[in-house]
Design a protein around this ligand. Sequence first.
Ligand code: CA
Ligand code: CA
Ligand code: CA
Length: 218
Amino acid sequence: MSKIYRQSAAILVVGVCVHCVQAATTTYTDLPTFQSAAGPLLVDDFEGGAWLPLDSTQPQPTLSLGVSWTSSEELAVSTTAGTVSGVGGLVPRDIIPPDELDSLTAELPSGTFAVGTWIANAGEGNEVEMVALDSAGDVLVSVEAGIESLGQYEYRFVGITSTDEIDKVIIRSLQPVLPFDDDLIIDDFYFTVPEPGAVALFGLLMLPTIQRRRNQSR
Ligand SMILES: [Ca+2]
Ligand SMILES: [Ca+2]
Ligand SMILES: [Ca+2]
């Protein structure tokens, strides 16, 4: 085989469709129904762990329970808004001037097929959506939370299950009337219990902490 021929063969292989299957997704607005459909779930309540100190700006990204969080603005745990659990919820806190529409992005551990969270919208006339993407960056599903009529800091649950792995979730404001009307907050983020490999890695990462605690308790 000539060198040129071998190269074209390689290009043909690369060109094979690797993304032909259309994912089937289901969306939920009821937590118990989502929980029974989703299988085993972890939940981040944004209290303690990676989220200390409370009511502070967090580093970007912040890794919590294997999920990597970033924001279009500042990533912060807020204790001033209402919450679903405890005293803290996760917010994209406006940088002044507030150029960017508020959004939160969660990069998920491998093996995630379900995500859900409570979302509150504090902005007048604002719409919030939750978008699930696969590892190629293609949108699996986009759910408009449409929560403007619920009033300030009233939470609505939005859940997604997918037959394709969910790589990333974006929760963002769509159409605030004024730049400051894009505020949103989430609390209690549910996602598929990570695969054993990811759990083992998480365990390894936690090992120094566990060891330290054991030593302290002696
Ligand atoms: Ca909380
Ligand atoms: Ca903003
Ligand atoms: Ca804002």
